[in-house]
Design a protein around this ligand. Structure first.
Ligand code: SF4
Length: 425
């Protein structure tokens, strides 16, 4: 028995409540087990119980052994003065009982709860509940996925809110930064973001009608134009950038930050930067467009771009491809941008405007995007939980990364359902 399992059992009333008695033999009824306290002090706050004929309201402290009360020095701690009940797994020392009522829970806990818990935490499977997922009710899974998605967005949007405040509430700027980071597709997200933050969106605004100047500004600020080139096009960009850099007193980021290793050439940051430049050129008023459009059919055309002609024969400057290929932003990349930038920014905007109807539409947009594919999602699928949409796949990623891989089964609705042994309806 571990204290966190004892807490879980108490919190979710997974014990047999009949014939609970104090160490001195008085009957105990639990009206309300209290609110779990995650801060310092007693484990459960504002509980309500009846001991004999007396109703008590106050805090509850849990320990494995009753002697832990003194060991932890609670008898001298003012924070424990309002404790009305000491719940222990094991009464190990009858001489050390505090003056408050004590109940011993071990004989009231069904063996199945402890067995199921041991099976979850002692497994070497990546997914501790693998094999038991099909016993979980669909409604439990669905509502837990909704919670996971909300948690994922809450984590993501906390830093976005700070970025929005940093740019004095300029939504266009936030979108520009977030899109830039998204075009870095994880590996180059940081230098992409640094490039965008080094180049004020207002400067791009002045040149957004001229794709070559947009490219010069972005490639230049990315530190990608600092070499001596042989070809005419990069030399032209370099010349244009030198003029604009001086005009706007721009400081580029170091070019060595970019990563090309072990990447498919189509994902090279040079190609992504050219596509990003094409998007800035094509949809400069993207923010006002994306907050007005809510369906996948309306949003996809706003993001569909192809890098400028030079990139049809290049993945990097000065290196001609054997087989030319248009550098169009592919369908998976478009979906990735909707999942990671468009839907969250729509949601954040709706929240700030207090528009719950628009929040719902942002979630619906995510549901319209097909589920992502990766090793974690393949594992969920193998165990019978196939994501139906990007909303589901995002939630399943959150669940695996933040709960399953950390064995936080006691904080998970699926884990609770397994320990409760609820049969599927
Ligand atoms: S955290 Fe939940 S979903 Fe993940 S393994 Fe544990 S019980 Fe299963």
């Amino acid at each position: 028995m571990q204290e966190k399992l004892l807490q879980f059992i108490w919190q979710h009333s997974l014990y047999n409540p009949g014939a609970l008695t104090t160490a001195t033999g008085e009957p105990v009824t639990i009206t309300y087990p209290g609110r779990l306290n995650t801060n310092a002090g007693p484990d459960f706050l504002e509980a309500k119980i009846r001991v004999g004929n007396t109703v008590l309201v106050g805090h509850i402290e849990l320990h494995i052994n009753n002697s832990d009360w003194n060991k932890h020095g609670h008898q001298h701690d003012a924070a424990y003065q309002n404790v009305i009940l000491h719940v222990v797994y094991n009464k190990d020392n009858a001489d050390e009982l505090p003056s408050i009522p004590v109940i011993e829970l071990s004989s009231h806990i069904p063996a199945s709860v402890i067995e199921q818990y041991a099976a979850l935490v002692n497994t070497t499977f990546q997914l501790p509940c693998a094999g038991r997922l099909d016993s979980i009710r669909d409604i439990t899974k669905e509502s837990w996925l909704n919670r996971m998605l909300a948690e994922r967005w809450e984590e993501k949007l906390t830093s976005w809110k700070e970025q929005l405040d940093k740019s004095a509430g300029d939504w266009r700027n936030l979108l520009y930064w977030r899109l830039a980071a998204n075009f870095g597709f994880k590996i180059n997200a940081d230098p992409f973001m640094a490039t965008a933050q080094s180049l004020p969106v207002n400067i791009l605004a002045k040149h957004h009608g001229n794709l070559m100047q947009i490219e010069a500004l972005l490639f230049g600020q990315a530190g990608m134009l600092e070499k001596d080139f042989e070809e005419e096009y990069p030399n032209a960009l370099k010349k244009e950038y030198a003029y604009l850099q001086q005009k706007y007193k721009l400081e580029p980021i170091p070019g060595h930050l970019w990563k090309f290793l072990r990447m498919r050439p189509a994902n090279f940051p040079t190609v992504r930067m050219a596509q990003f430049a094409a998007l800035v050129h094509k949809s400069f008023h993207l923010f006002s467009q994306i907050i007005e459009q809510h369906t996948l059919k309306e949003i996809l055309p706003l993001l569909e771009v192809t890098a400028s002609e030079y990139w049809t024969t290049h993945f990097r400057f000065d290196e001609v491809q054997e087989v030319p290929s248009e550098k169009k932003l592919g369908r998976d990349s478009l979906h990735n941008i909707i999942i990671n930038t468009i839907a969250p920014i729509q949601f954040l905007y709706a929240t700030r405007q207090g528009e719950s109807r628009l929040e719902e539409k942002a979630l619906q947009l995510l549901e319209a995007v097909p589920a992502e594919k990766n090793n974690i999602l393949a594992m969920w699928q193998e165990h019978g939980w196939k994501p139906a949409s990007a909303g589901h796949s995002q939630a399943l990623l959150q669940l695996f990364n933040n709960y399953c891989s950390k064995k936080r089964c006691l904080e998970c609705a699926i884990g609770l359902s397994i320990l409760k042994g609820r049969p599927k309806e």
